[in-house]
Design a protein around this ligand. Structure first.
Ligand code: NAP
Length: 311
């Protein structure tokens, strides 16, 4: 009988308890599913983790074989010095579908110029039609589980899509770039830019005054990745100068975004409150349990985080 600790957000326990119980039963795994105050740390075999859970010191969990994150982004745990167990991040169908829908919706909104018609107080009859998708360059920074799925969907709609990642990639229908020169080429094609990168030391302030200047004038930026990807002062300056035409931001350095932050009031910024993609308990529970099954069967864990890379 395994002991599995739920160290996620306490408010999500009513959703995760039945989802994990069902997934464990379906996989034929006998387990106690417990909360931190219900078990001695040295009796725990696996830790289901989110940064919003109570456990932040993993030292006493001497028997734990893995820490299984409910979040895709692991920047808040990857550098935890008490964590010696393997760390797996969340790759979940619900998360992927949510991200595809948020990104596609906001790319089409920018591409079709929807805001002009939704907010048109002067009743201007402007018959300028948008170009076709095939005439609008879209770039996706990050070609991981979420970025690649979004890039493929956008390509299927006809957009010429450039993708950029740390290591070289080959994806059908996507012009794949990597490295610093690849970033320059990718940005220069980005009439609409989507950033779906993790928060690491290498990606911090990737969009700054120098890189924002490489975008076509008036480009739209969509950031559902992490707030740290963007130098906020530089973005505000390029919005004011017209170099960037509009930004739709889902993630921020400080969340919730403080009420006095200039993004809230800026006429060229749309704030969405970190809702682009959410881990769904029913599908995420199956991902967690599949990793427990694999580990118990001696198979390699899925979605292992590389601590040295930070994602
Ligand atoms: P992933 O599978 O780990 O993919 C990360 C991608 O970023 C990979 O393509 C990776 O390149 C690339 N990358 C990392 N560091 C880079 C660098 N220094 N230069 C260039 N490319 C770099 O992650 P994911 O599942 O797609 O998720 C991406 C991020 O989305 C998460 O880390 C999280 O921050 C964010 N997220 C946001 C929400 C939301 O609701 N807003 C929800 C879920 C996730 P390689 O392929 O070469 O490794």
């Amino acid at each position: 009988m395994l002991t599995i600790l739920y160290d996620g957000a306490p408010k999500m326990w009513p959703a995760y308890q039945p989802a994990l119980t069902t997934a464990l039963a379906d996989a034929g795994i006998a387990a106690h599913l417990v909360l931190p105050d219900e078990v001695a740390p040295e009796a725990v075999d696996y830790i289901v983790y989110a940064p919003t859970g109570p456990v932040q010191d993993f030292t006493p969990f001497t028997r734990a074989r893995a820490v299984l994150s409910l979040w895709a982004g692991v920047e808040r745990v990857v550098g935890n010095p008490t964590l010696t167990q393997p760390l797996c991040r969340m790759v979940d169908d619900g998360l992927e579908r949510g991200m595809i829908e948020w990104v596609t919706g906001h790319v089409l909104r920018a591409h079709l110029g929807m805001d002009r018609h939704i907010i048109n107080p002067d009743r201007i009859w402007d018959q300028t039609a948008p170009p076709l998708a095939r005439e609008r360059g879209v770039t996706v920074l990050g070609l991981g589980a979420l970025g690649a799925a979004c890039a493929s969907t956008l390509a299927s709609l006809g957009f010429p899509v450039t993708g950029w990642s740390r290591t070289p990639k080959s994806l059908p229908g996507i012009l794949c770039e990597s490295g610093p020169e690849g970033l320059h080429r990718a940005l220069s094609r980005a009439e609409i830019l989507v950033t779906i990168l993790p928060n690491t030391p290498e990606t911090t302030n990737l969009l700054n005054a120098d890189t924002l200047a490489l975008l076509p004038r008036g480009a739209t930026i969509l950031n559902p990745g992490r707030g740290t990807l963007i130098d906020d002062v530089a973005l505000l300056a390029t919005l004011d100068s017209g170099q960037v035409g509009q930004a739709t931001l889902d993630v921020f350095r400080v969340e919730p975004l403080p009420a006095d932050h200039p993004y809230w009031a800026h006429p060229k910024v749309t704030v969405t409150p970190h809702i682009a993609a959410e881990t769904r308990p029913s599908s995420a529970a199956r991902v967690i349990v599949e990793n427990i099954r694999r580990d118990q069967a001696g198979e390699p864990l899925l979605h292992l985080v590389d601590r040295s890379r930070g994602y």
